[in-house]
Design a protein around this ligand. Structure first.
Ligand SMILES: Cc1cc2nc3c(=O)[nH]c(=O)nc-3n(C[C@H](O)[C@H](O)[C@H](O)COP(=O)(O)O)c2cc1C
Length: 136
């Protein structure tokens, strides 16, 4: 199974999450600045939320994806206030006809003193378990 990991991370939270995924799938995580060049069975894609949405570069990356190139996208993300940080990515992928895995991994992300320390060790361990169930 060919996997890939892409993320956008302003404060390092999605980067930490991408690294936790990498420990399970043994694939080097890259930012969304790195295009996906090879056909991929499972693409892990994640980002945090800023002023209500993910960074524009995540949407630009999604615009390069095609259903022919990707089996399925598995979304992950964190946020301080909104409850579904991956929702916007799911909608953008659906518009392109790219299949998105039904389950997502979402957790709290620190914003100053709010949710301080998140994603924490337990969040990252829960993410590893989530990924193990997908790729086993
Ligand atoms: C300037 C700023 C704006 C933010 N805006 C939002 C927001 O609108 N909604 C939300 O739920 N979280 C918001 N957050 C929290 C981030 O989504 C959270 O810190 C996330 O974990 C960041 O992930 P990243 O470091 O991978 O980019 C904001 C954080 C900062 C610092």
């Amino acid at each position: 199974m060919k996997t890939a990991i892409r993320y956008f991370s302003k404060f390092g939270h999605s980067k930490q999450m991408a690294q936790a995924i990498a420990e399970v799938v043994n694939e080097q995580p890259q930012t969304v600045a790195t295009p996906l060049t090879e056909p991929t069975d499972v693409l892990f894609l994640g980002a945090g939320i800023f002023l209500g949405s993910v960074n524009k570069s995540v949407m630009q990356f999604i615009d390069t994806l095609t259903a022919e190139k990707i089996g399925c996208v598995v979304l992950f993300g964190s946020s301080a206030l909104i409850s579904e940080p991956t929702k916007g990515m799911r909608e953008a992928l659906a518009k392109r006809g790219v299949k998105v895995y039904e389950k997502v991994f979402e957790c709290k992300g620190a914003m100053g003193p709010l949710n301080s320390g998140h994603p924490d060790k337990q969040d990252l361990e829960a993410l590893r378990e989530f990924v193990k169930k997908i790729v086993k």
